[in-house]
Design a protein around this ligand. Structure first.
Ligand code: DGY
Length: 322
């Protein structure tokens, strides 16, 4: 019997490709070419499954053209590239890679918070430019992290990881807002208090965004929300571009309406809103929150596990539309 055929849409670890090849007839994009939607469809037409990296839109048009397709396995926890309703209607399973990246991503969220609050990159640029001639009492004086108020919008696994780091590691007061409130046990574990969105915006010294990107969360943070924040506050986005109105944020940073921002994700990435590149009080990183070697390998293996299980007739491990 011939093996199921799968497409791996971007370059990933060779050992994971080797593992997949024991089960499937694999077409792998190890040259990491950025295919257009039409090129992706062309390659996917005769495939039973795909392993994607979250940047390829799996929508009704693609599904209509790829009638053989049974599963799309994202090597990401976020799956806003999936049109879940269209996939379900077409009988195509979607899977993602939750849990394996939680702690690593929470680590990075905290790194970005610290770098932003303490102006790490801004001061490094100053030093590298040869501008450092003397010590000065207010040179790159930033915002306090320990003992300050940490606000978290979106309190899933990663949000909880950030809350624990803040509360237990840095003695921060943690407040959060989420679609649903955590159980009392989880709130106690995270030392986090539930507040309204308005309270969150008004009270956070450092506001971290960890919510999924959906039509409802598009531009959840724009100029009106920024106006409600403290002028000394920082905003950290490790969730998805599009949740923040980047143009409004760039203007607010320019006018010092908030003290700073740390952004790992951007609306329309890898393009970055030009205004953000002009302002000094923002730390910018290229969507690397889950990027440690160990974690990315775990994500790739979990994405492979889902394909192998499902195409061999077993239950997928982490389905998003079971
Ligand atoms: C995820 O897994 O969703 C991360 O953002 C990496 O894309």
């Amino acid at each position: 019997m011939s093996k199921p055929r799968i497409l791996v849409t971007r370059k990933i670890f060779p050992e994971v490709i080797a593992r997949l090849s024991q089960h499937f007839d694999v077409e792998a994009n190890q040259d990491d070419v950025l295919w257009s939607d039409a090129e992706l469809i062309e390659r996917l037409r005769d495939k039973d499954g795909a392993l994607t990296t979250g940047t390829q839109a799996i929508n009704a048009a693609l599904l209509a053209a790829c009638a053989k397709l049974r599963i799309v396995s994202n090597m990401t926890v976020g799956y806003n590239n999936f049109d879940v309703a269209a996939m379900t209607a077409a009988g195509v399973l979607g899977t993602n890679t939750p849990d394996v990246l939680t702690e690593t991503t929470a680590d990075f969220g905290f790194a970005l918070l610290m770098a932003t609050a303490r102006r790490v990159t801004e001061s490094e640029h100053y030093l590298r430019a040869g501008k450092w001639t003397r010590w000065s009492y207010d040179m790159f004086a930033g915002a306090e992290v320990h003992g300050s108020t940490l606000g978290i919008l979106g309190m899933g696994r990663i949000g909880q990881g950030i809350a624990k780091r803040g509360a237990h590691g840095f003695g921060m007061k943690v407040i959060y807002h989420n679609r649903s409130r955590l159980t009392p046990e989880l709130e106690a574990e995270c030392k986090a208090s539930y507040v309204s969105r308005d309270e969150l915006l008004a009270e956070a010294d450092h506001l971290v965004l960890v919510l999924p990107y959906t039509p409802e969360s598009h531009h959840a943070i724009g100029s009106a929300e920024i106006a409600r924040m403290k002028p000394t506050a920082t905003l950290i986005n490790i969730a998805r571009g599009g949740i923040v109105d980047d143009a409004a944020l760039a203007e607010a940073l320019m006018d010092r309406r908030i003290a700073g921002a740390g952004l790992d994700v951007f609306e329309g990435e890898p393009k970055v809103q030009p205004g953000l590149l002009q302002v000094p009080n923002v730390v910018l990183t290229p969507h690397i929150a889950s990027a440690t070697v160990k974690t990315r390998l775990k994500m790739a293996h979990l994405a492979a596990d889902n394909l192998i299980a499902y195409l061999e007739g077993r239950e997928p491990i982490t389905p998003v539309n079971p």
